[in-house]
Design a protein around this ligand. Structure first.
Ligand code: TQI
Ligand code: ZN
Ligand code: ZN
Length: 168
């Protein structure tokens, strides 16, 4: 079953058209940006939330970046595997990914690395956290707290949809 963060934080009615931006220091490729566009669309499909890419990182509601090790928020990344990414509950809007991971961007090029992680799967999960979802006990849910390397789990389960529709 789905869960929320303590106190059930969510984006207020006045902030349901959200902007997202990528940390300009990362200089991400269009392929990587497209993964996030697709991941946001999976959530907007089931809510009245909208997500618009902004080029202004400083004013965007949701800020996305790849970092290694200590990166200024007190939640350090740990190198290959372990923690892959983290996101903060509303209204903080930070989604960080560990730059030490081997990220699978496009299944066509699905790398031979045994520890490669599917970027869209992790993005869909972390966006759930950005919107206020905690972890789910339902194994099929994208908000279930474990995923294996090389596994792609991007489709929201009924449980994820029910959770987000309680919030929004
Ligand atoms: N990062 C954890 C996560 O996002 C961070 C975390 C631990 C957390 N406990 C939490 C976040 C409680 C919110 C609330 O779950 S992770 C997965 C999954 C991670 C894990 O790197 O371990 C995914 C990131 F679910 F597959 F295991 C993305 Cl998809
Ligand atoms: Zn961080
Ligand atoms: Zn999680």
């Amino acid at each position: 079953h789905y869960s929320f963060f303590p106190g059930t934080p969510r984006w207020p009615r006045s902030r349901r058209d959200l902007t997202y931006a990528f940390d300009p220091r990362n200089q991400l490729t269009d392929d990587v940006k497209r993964v996030f566009t697709n991941a946001f669309a999976r959530w907007s499909e089931w809510t009245t939330l909208t997500f618009t890419n902004s080029s202004n990182y400083f004013t965007a509601d949701l800020k996305i970046g790849f970092y290694g090790g200590s990166h200024g928020d007190g939640e350090d990344f740990d190198g290959v595997l372990g923690t892959l990414a983290h996101a903060f509950a509303p209204p903080r809007g930070l989604l960080h990914l560990d730059s030490a991971e081997t990220w699978i961007i496009d299944d066509v090029f699905s790398s031979g690395s045994p520890s490669a992680m599917d970027l869209e799967s992790v993005a869909v999960h972390e966006i759930g956290h950005l919107l206020g979802l905690g972890h789910s006990s339902v194994e099929e849910a994208v908000m279930f707290p474990t995923i294996s390397s090389g596994i792609r789990k991007v489709e929201l389960a009924r449980d994820d949809v029910e959770g987000i529709q309680v919030l929004y």
